[in-house]
Design a binder for this molecule. Structure first.
Ligand SMILES: [Zn+2]
Length: 441
């Protein structure tokens, strides 16, 4: 480990700084492509055009590039929330490989190129798809999450190639779609047979290291009531009277809140770095008419679980069972609910994952951060990103990149140009240290 830059590393970081304007231009080009996550009919937007643009840059830098639309059958068995009928037609994935000279570790750079909706668009100070450079920041949808990071990893790769740095191990660069919606893009890429000894995803970590993330589940819980006129004193439900589904849901909300409080302290829901497991009610739908008893209520929650709560495969099946048991116990205590048990819908599962600080990829990234004068901060109090998908496929993968996650998915999303440059520098130095550099003498 080396806190100082070697002369070759210094040459690389200097060259990246010299190409700052090109980095900004590259990011602006990426933002100009409309790659919003697909609507339910999967009509493609500019995904293929963007991937062509990246392919051209990587080919010009001498990498072998594969761009393809994975078949649904190429996805491995999984519990991700991928709807039936999902496909990649018009939304290709990209893998570029710079073969090493041999004898070194191989490194994966991965970034998603899909972005979320820009609504409410009228609140933006500038057009979200016409990037603008203002006050040393690039503004536009995806500037922060995570076309900024993609631009940094592409420029880092280009500079390593331009200076003919003889990396020993292979350097793999992948750009994927479908991260914001399902995680299917990286799932397909990880299953495509690519091999690497470690991976870095330049998500907007604010130049800290995220070594992993909690898993997430998004259950919908439906409670049945019975409709009736709200303006009259009700008969008892056993005599055919109405039942207020909202008030029955209140019993379940209370039970879930007690479980969340328990998770805040219970040993098996803690993690040394990640936040404790949590259950957050996020949507409640109920009611047919303002003077009718609501006949049903559906509650949606965002549940996040730490790796220790996962099952043998790292998924949240035990968490699902615990939440269902908690709700059923509360329901049993209520005569109506005991006879009309709440129904559960579990639309999918994004597994938890964590790469220890001692793993080579974590140690190298933290070391490269320090060499560029950054504090070696591990800050993984985060939510889903593609890291665990690769970690679970045998490539321990962390996140490090430019931009503040608070500006992701937000109006006037932006990323500071200075952070783009530093991120590219750290990524390049991490590649040199992780893959190794062959001696040229
Ligand atoms: Zn992201």
């Amino acid at each position: 480990m080396n806190a100082e830059l070697t002369p070759l590393e210094r040459a690389v970081t200097t060259e990246i700084e010299r190409r700052r304007d090109e980095l900004v231009e590259l990011l602006c080009d990426l933002i100009g492509y409309d790659t919003r996550a697909p609507d339910p009919d999967y009509t493609p937007r500019d995904e293929a055009l963007l991937q062509d643009y990246v392919a051209r840059r990587m080919r010009d830098a001498g990498l072998a590039v594969r761009v393809w639309e994975p078949e649904p059958a190429e996805l491995p068995p999984n519990r991700y929330a991928i709807p039936d009928g999902h496909h990649f037609r018009g939304r290709p994935q990209l893998v570029a490989v710079a073969a090493g000279t041999g004898g070194g570790r191989s490194l994966l750079f991965n970034g998603h190129v899909d972005v979320v909706s820009a609504e409410p668009r009228e609140s933006w100070a500038s057009d979200p798809f016409a990037p603008e450079l203002r006050d040393g920041r690039v503004y536009g949808r995806g500037a922060c999450d995570m076309k900024g990071g993609v631009a940094s990893m592409l420029l880092a790769t280009q500079v390593l190639r331009a200076l003919q740095v003889p990396l020993r191990g292979d350097l793999l660069v992948t750009t994927v779609t479908d991260e914001e919606s399902t995680g299917a893009g990286s799932l397909a890429v990880a299953a495509s047979g690519l091999r690497a000894d470690g991976g870095i995803i330049p998500e907007p970590t604010g130049l800290t290291a995220w070594l992993g993330t909690r898993g997430s589940l998004m259950p919908a819980i439906t409670v049945e009531g019975r409709a009736g006129h709200a303006g009259f004193p009700p008969a008892h439900w056993s005599a055919g009277g109405p039942v207020n589904a909202i008030e029955k849901m209140q019993l379940l909300l209370d039970a879930l809140q007690r479980l969340r409080r328990e998770w805040q302290l219970r040993p098996d829901t803690q993690h040394e770095v990640l936040a404790a497991g949590s259950i957050v009610p996020t949507a409640l739908r109920s009611g047919q008419w303002m003077v009718s008893y609501p006949a049903a209520a559906t509650l949606e929650c965002h549940v996040q679980y730490v790796p220790a709560q996962g099952d043998d495969e790292g998924y949240g099946t035990r968490v699902e069972a615990e939440i269902e048991a908690c709700v059923r116990t509360a329901a049993q205590a209520d005569p109506w609910l005991a006879e009309h048990m709440p129904r559960f819908h579990w639309p999918g599962d994004a597994p938890a994952g964590y790469v220890s600080r001692d793993e080579q990829i974590s140690a190298t990234a933290l070391d490269a951060m320090a060499a560029l004068g950054l504090p070696a901060t591990v800050a993984s109090r985060t939510t889903f990103f593609d890291g665990p998908t690769f970690t679970r496929a045998g490539i321990p993968t962390i996140a490090f990149g430019p931009g503040d996650i608070q500006h992701a998915h937000a109006v006037d999303e932006h990323v500071p140009v200075g952070e783009l440059v530093v991120a590219a520098q750290v990524l390049a130095v991490a590649a040199m240290r992780f893959c190794g550099v062959a001696s040229t003498s």
